[in-house]
Design a protein around this ligand. Structure first.
Ligand SMILES: Nc1ncnc2c1ncn2[C@@H]1O[C@H](COP(=O)(O)OP(=O)(O)OP(=O)(O)O)[C@@H](O)[C@H]1O
Ligand SMILES: [Mg+2]
Length: 316
């Protein structure tokens, strides 16, 4: 698929409202979808939550930070296709984020990944020693994100690790959403993740908050799933009075149920709304988009304002 480039003024301008006075306010939320455990639904959630928000006229930018490039493939881009990627953005100062961005649908853009991202840590060793590698993505993307018309949502698909790429995601983001499968040991993995988020908040990004957990591939009828969800809710409730980045975190509803159409869609390079719009996977991601919108007021908020979720759907 030949995706129009963001630097091509025609496709970029196409969805820019001609009358700024009636355009909806830009919300400018930057969300990292993160769980260091593999295969829990991060990429599936990034793609389909983003697509659901785009269908609600939100301008969405995906950032694929995973060397596996699953998000890139999922939106129909060949990661070996020779176009600039996040790897180029992080290693070549002559390339801008606008050069890398590609338009992949109405209101949808992506900074694609490529496999070379897997070797980026040694390439950035000098910067790591100087302490600038950890927020390199943020500094390289800033112009694209702040210049009008901007994006309502930046959704960052993280790799299944807590390495340098993930630290860069946490440095750029204002919020973290944690896709999670309600399995044995899921909560143990969450503590390590929250510890990392706390460290990044203290050292690099004081505005960082954990907005919530998204139960994925959920089998709500099982006792194990119900127990894990109850434990999670108890854990977050106990944090309400603490000075921790997850003090406002919610277990988002609805849970995303297991649905084979969600697993099939990536091979066609389509979101669930293009592949099987009537399946319950599509309905779950539509509802999730509303839950994410409900996490804060829809009024325009400056990009650097700390996010304080005000309402959220919670699991019963
Ligand atoms: N709700 C669902 N129902 C059925 N299959 C799903 C669902 N969500 C995700 N999958 C499938 O499960 C697998 C893992 O999902 P996904 O790639 O989104 O996880 P991930 O956390 O991004 O993985 P990784 O850590 O490797 O990046 C994929 O094959 C995906 O198609
Ligand atoms: Mg993934």
């Amino acid at each position: 698929m030949e995706a129009p480039r963001l630097t091509d003024p025609a496709p970029y301008q196409k969805s820019v409202p001609s009358n700024a006075a009636v355009s909806p306010p830009v919300e400018r939320r930057r969300i990292a979808l993160l769980n260091q455990k593999g295969g829990v639904g991060k990429t599936t959630t990034t793609v389909n939550l983003g697509a659901a928000l785009a269908r609600r006229s939100k301008r969405v930018l995906f950032i694929d930070l995973d060397p596996q490039a699953h998000l890139t493939l999922h939106v129909g881009i060949d990661p070996d296709g020779g176009t600039p990627s996040v790897y180029d953005l992080l290693t070549n100062n002559a390339i801008t984020a606008a050069d890398v961005a590609q338009r992949v649908g109405d209101n949808l853009w992506i900074l694609p990944a490529e496999v070379n991202l897997a070797g980026i840590e040694p390439e950035l060793a000098d910067r790591t020693a100087r302490g600038t590698a950890q927020s390199l993505l943020r500094s390289r993307c800033e112009a694209l994100l702040v210049e009008p018309p901007g994006f309502d949502f930046v959704l960052i698909d993280c790799p299944p690790s807590l390495g340098l790429l993930t630290i860069n995601a946490l440095s750029l983001a204002q919020e973290v959403l944690v896709p999670m499968q309600a399995h044995f040991l899921a909560l143990q993995g969450l503590s390590k993740l929250l510890e990392t988020i706390q460290l990044v908040k203290q050292s690099l990004n004081p505005n960082l908050v954990v907005s919530g957990v998204i139960p994925c591939m959920h089998e709500g009828q099982t006792i194990l799933a119900a127990e894990v969800m109850a434990d999670l809710k108890t854990f977050f409730d106990a944090a309400r009075s603490l000075d921790v980045p997850w003090r406002h975190a919610k277990v988002l509803a609805p849970a995303i149920r297991r649905n084979i159409k969600l697993a099939e869609a990536p091979s066609f390079g389509k979101t669930i709304f293009d592949y099987a719009p009537d399946c319950h996977g599509a309905k779950d991601y539509e509802s999730l988009a509303q839950a994410v919108l409900n996490l804060m007021p829809t009024a325009s908020v400056p990009a650097e304002t700390p996010r304080q979720p005000v309402t959220a759907a919670e699991t019963a």
